[in-house]
Unconditional design. Structure first.
Length: 469
């Protein structure tokens, strides 16, 4: 038992001595390593040292001078362009040299050999940009000759655009192009050469001019949707039995979209469309084939009767309908309407006046209601001659007084159809027809016997055609 107690007392002491000895040896080793490295770094660059991105780690100044002189002879700047194109500017082509004025030694002298440990964590004293010399004119010439500045190969960037298809508008992808800022590239080349960097990526330096709007831009998507709303519109115009359809196949030609995806509604195109529609369906003053009471077919033009589209209002209605994306069926807005649509818009209810035969007929629904000889305008003057053409009864009035230059004539029945010209009874006349109109005609009106004027008045409505030939 005594022996065991002695052993347990001695053992901790030995262990303590060993620990202390180990610590002393470790510290001594670290001190030796520290001072050994400090001595080493008195003549050598810190590990990790770089000059113009070239490693000079652990080298002496003399070797670095030789290394850097050799490196600059091999220097070339690689310029990465779009399309996998690479171009180079070699140092020897621009007279590139280091400014060998002791900069490398100064750089080394700043590296305190006794602070080599802190240098591991602080790279400020381990990096250097050495000054270089080069011919700026030669460098500018080299930059100017790069293929990215070749106008024959230049592709201008373009914003996303739009194309109309059978399924509506689709977006045409933007053109990336390859044009850029020469000043941006030149400044980047100067910076790279000065720092000894060997690569410039034109994408990275934002050299290229980018399209403002791409196929993914919210504004482009919104414009496409708006255009598709417009061309989804459909207006079906009805003209009696005839129809005209205005849909996207025509509407898409009425817009222009600028580079900023701004849409302009070209109202002039709508005007052209409405002019075409009016020329097809307006009938005022158009020549018509008319079968007279004698059975002879007469071609009559002029007058005020017929259809007349209100183009101003209809253009605005069309634009409004398209912008709302509606589909509707409608008649166009009219300034004036006729009784019937189609080529025979006169129909079978009308007044027929034969100016040369001085006779009037009134048909209603194809039945002759009354007829009789008349006296029309004095044929000796254009001012008093009754004009030919197709007109319509504007209104009818009982017991009117017709006034003009030098006269005031009361009549029982007044049916105007062409301004101040109309059909009326003429109690001051006892004869009608024949050639009375040539010398003793009216001021332009159609003087009728009392019974004829009365019958016409009682059976006719405003808007009824009056055919004068």
């Amino acid at each position: 038992m005594e022996t065991e107690v002695a052993k347990s007392t001695i053992s901790p002491m030995k262990k303590h001595k060993k620990i202390v000895l180990g610590i002393i040896i470790s510290i001594s080793t670290l001190i030796i390593i520290y001072f050994g490295m400090a001595i080493y770094f008195m003549n050598h660059f810190y590990f990790g040292s770089e000059i113009n991105s070239i490693s000079v780690s652990g080298k002496i100044v003399g070797d670095v001078n030789e290394q850097m002189a050799s490196e600059i002879q091999k220097y070339q700047l690689n310029i990465k362009e779009r399309g996998g194109i690479n171009e180079q500017i070699r140092g020897e082509d621009i007279g590139l040299k280091y400014d060998m004025s002791g900069e490398f030694k100064e750089f080394k002298d700043k590296q305190n050999p006794f602070k080599w440990i802190s240098a591991v964590f602080n790279i400020k004293d381990s990096k250097m940009i050495a000054g270089v010399k080069y011919d700026k004119n030669l460098l500018k010439e080299k930059v100017d000759k790069l293929s990215c500045f070749d106008s024959s190969k230049a592709i201008e960037p373009k914003n996303a655009s739009y194309k109309y298809t059978d399924n509506g508008y689709v977006i045409v992808d933007e053109v990336i192009g390859n044009m850029g800022s020469k000043d941006t590239l030149y400044d980047s080349v100067l910076d790279a050469v000065s720092k000894g960097e060997t690569t410039i990526d034109l994408e990275t330096i934002n050299y290229y001019v980018k399209p403002q709007y791409t196929s993914k831009s919210p504004k482009v998507l919104a414009t496409r949707d708006m255009l598709n709303k417009y061309v989804s519109s459909k207006i079906t115009y009805t003209f009696g039995k005839d129809k005209e359809v205005l849909d996207g196949s025509k509407i898409n030609k009425w817009f222009t979209v600028d580079e900023n995806s701004e849409v302009t509604f070209n109202e002039s195109e709508v005007q052209i469309y409405m002019d075409v529609l009016a020329s097809e369906y307006n009938s005022v003053a158009k020549t018509r084939s008319f079968v007279s009471s004698s059975g002879k077919v007469i071609n009559i033009g002029g007058g005020t009767y017929g259809w007349a589209i209100n183009k101003v209002k209809e253009i605005q209605d069309v634009i409004s309908t398209i912008k709302e994306g509606k589909s509707i069926e409608k008649e166009p807005a009219y300034y004036q309407t006729a009784l019937y649509h189609g080529k025979d818009d006169i129909g079978n209810t009308y007044v027929e006046i034969d100016l040369s035969g001085q006779h009037l007929w009134f048909y209603k629904n194809g039945t002759l209601i009354t007829q009789g000889d008349v006296v029309t305008g004095n044929d000796g003057s254009d001012k008093t001659r009754t004009p030919m053409g197709i007109y319509q009864i504007n209104y009818k009035e009982r017991n009117a007084t017709l006034k003009g230059e030098g006269y005031a004539s009361p009549v029982h029945y007044w049916l105007p159809f062409n301004g101040g010209i109309g059909i009326h009874d003429a109690s001051w006349r006892d004869k009608f027809g024949g050639v009375l109109y040539k010398a003793g005609g009216s001021h332009g009106c159609v003087n009728s016997p009392y019974n004829v004027a009365k019958t016409v008045y009682e059976n006719i409505e405003a808007g009824t055609p009056v055919v004068c030939y």
